[in-house]
Design a protein. Structure first.
Lengths: 123, 403
């Protein structure tokens, strides 16, 4: 990764809607050059996609986010992965982190209100 | 005996008790303008000369830690020896100037205090102080308060607001004593290169002047590295170098600055500093020390790159709008000419605020040569800058159509 690519990534990370012309001005490069850098970053899947950061709490105040600590026994040959996969396939699960420390997985889930929140049953 | 709850009626108007010098100085033109701004909603302000970064966390944490560990006493009057050492090292690394931390470096309450101390230490009433303009607004009032006479020297957009030897020469009289330099320049963004300095140094030498070089924007140059006036051969002993942490390290509110110079000059400034503020605040000194660590210098470089990106955006924006804008090579201000609109800088700024909701400082407040320009700080977010340029573009088009 070269310095120009890094600078382009940083500018896009702050605001994905910045176009090649603006970035070219800010980095003192030609528009063509910036377009090519972006195209390469996209085709290399360094830029995976352009998403929107939504403040859902303003859209739906029923929504809650919960972090759940999970302790599991690693499976022979597959370690934590099999169980982690079973967990992250639930649509309510937003992310699963492998943790060091007192527990193994940190699961972030999103659901409606607390009483219905925990739809994921861990076996 | 004055009884309780009884007020004594002054014999004169209160203002009559003030010294003629205090009465004589005008309130800051920038502040006056921004009182108008605070009364409005949805204003984008390009007015304040302040970084839009918060001080990096590790620097703030160093100050917090100093409190936690009970570092709450006075420091040495000149500032903590470690900090003076770090400043000396930093100046040597960055600008190839050498100062002995023991007696040539003084830590002050912002660069502003250093300028005040320098002028008070140098001025005998009646001395003339040469000030290239447009410039930062405090030099002239502080000169007046110290009994000096401020002599403005106009600089011009056609010269990229560099100080020209002819202009300096023309302003010199037998009473000239001090030349105040501020490059990279607030408000113009102009810089001085080594070659630009040489003829100035010659005149300084020939006329036996002392120079106060305010280099607070030294780190903010784009393209060529800043050349300290103290680094010009023969000028170190004639120069009081003033700088600080506000701009490059995003530490305006900490009020941490310093002055470096000949030991006799620094000793005199130290006396005044002892009697007025004792020492710069200790927690700020710990923060400043951290700012000069390798980690702090990295953060500084990251911020500089970001200013440079925004500078390019703003200069291109003004040129597309049809306002002449010389390339600002330092600081974080663009200083476009608004003469093509036919308005004075005061009218332009006032109407821009009222009709387009963008605040910027009219160039006229910065003295000679400032009229006809607008100072726009680009130390604000890209989104705000883009929106501000749109608004200014529409406003200028409207003015030029004569409505």
């Amino acid at each position: 990764m070269n310095e120009l690519q890094l600078k382009v990534l940083e500018l896009l990370k702050e605001d994905a809607r910045r176009d090649a012309e603006l970035i070219a001005t800010m980095l003192d490069r030609s528009i063509e050059e910036i377009k090519q850098v972006i195209a390469e970053l996209e085709s290399d899947h360094i830029i995976v996609k352009y998403a929107t950061v939504v403040n859902w709490s303003k859209v739906d105040d029923e929504k809650v986010t919960a972090l759940i600590e999970v302790q599991i026994t690693p499976e022979r040959g597959r370690g934590f992965e099999g169980i982690a996969e079973r967990i992250y396939l639930y649509p309510e699960v937003k992310s699963v982190y492998l943790m060091s420390g007192a527990y193994d997985l940190l699961v972030e889930i999103e659901g409606k209100k607390l009483e219905r929140g925990c739809l994921v049953r861990i076996e | 005996m004055i009884k309780d709850k009884e007020t004594v009626t002054p014999r004169k108007e209160m203002a009559d008790y003030l010294s003629p010098m205090a009465r004589g100085i005008k309130p800051s033109g920038i502040r006056r303008f921004f009182d108008l701004v605070s009364a409005r909603k949805d204003v984008i302000t390009l007015g304040v000369g302040e970084p839009d970064f918060t001080t990096p966390w590790h620097v703030r944490e160093a100050a917090v830690y100093s409190l936690e560990t009970g570092k709450t006493q006075y420091t040495s009057n000149a500032g903590m020896p470690e900090l003076r050492g770090a400043i000396g090292q930093y100046l040597n690394d960055q600008f190839a100037v050498e100062y002995n931390p023991a007696d040539e470096i003084l830590v002050t309450v912002g660069g502003s205090e250093a300028i005040d101390l320098a002028l008070r230490a140098l001025i005998t009433p009646g001395d003339e102080i040469l000030i290239p303009e447009p410039c930062y607004i405090s030099y002239s009032p502080i000169t007046t308060l110290s009994g000096g006479v401020a002599v403005g020297i106009e600089t011009f957009a056609k010269d990229n607001f560099k100080l020209k030897a002819e202009s300096l020469q023309a302003a010199i009289t037998p009473r000239s004593k001090v030349l105040i330099l501020c490059y990279p320049s607030n408000p113009t963004g102009g810089i001085m290169t080594y070659e630009d300095w040489l003829p100035i140094a010659k005149i300084v030498e020939e006329n036996d002047l002392i120079v106060i070089s305010d280099e607070i924007y030294a780190e903010l140059t784009y393209g060529s590295k800043h050349v300290s006036f103290a680094a010009v051969p023969g000028m170190k002993d004639r120069t009081i170098l003033v700088s600080g942490f506000s701009k490059a390290f995003a530490m305006t509110g900490w009020r941490m600055g310093y002055a470096c110079g000949h030991t006799d000059l620094i000793a005199a400034m130290l006396k005044i500093h002892q009697y007025t503020v004792m020492c710069a605040p200790v927690m700020g000194q710990y923060a400043a020390l951290e700012a000069l660590s390798p980690h702090g210098l990295e953060e500084k470089d990251r911020m500089m790159e970001s200013y440079n990106q925004r500078r390019r955006l703003v200069v291109k924006g003004f040129r597309e709008i049809g306002l002449d804008c010389h390339e600002p090579e330092g600081a974080f201000y663009a200083f476009p000419s608004i003469q093509s609109t036919g308005l004075t800088s005061e009218q332009f700024a006032q109407r821009l605020l009222e009709e387009a909701n963008v605040a910027a400082v009219p160039g006229g407040v910065f003295g000679l040569g400032g009229e006809g320009h607008l100072r726009c700080s680009y130390a604000t977010s890209v989104a705000q800058l883009t929106e501000a340029l749109d608004r200014i573009g529409n406003f200028v088009a409207k003015v030029k159509q004569g409505s």
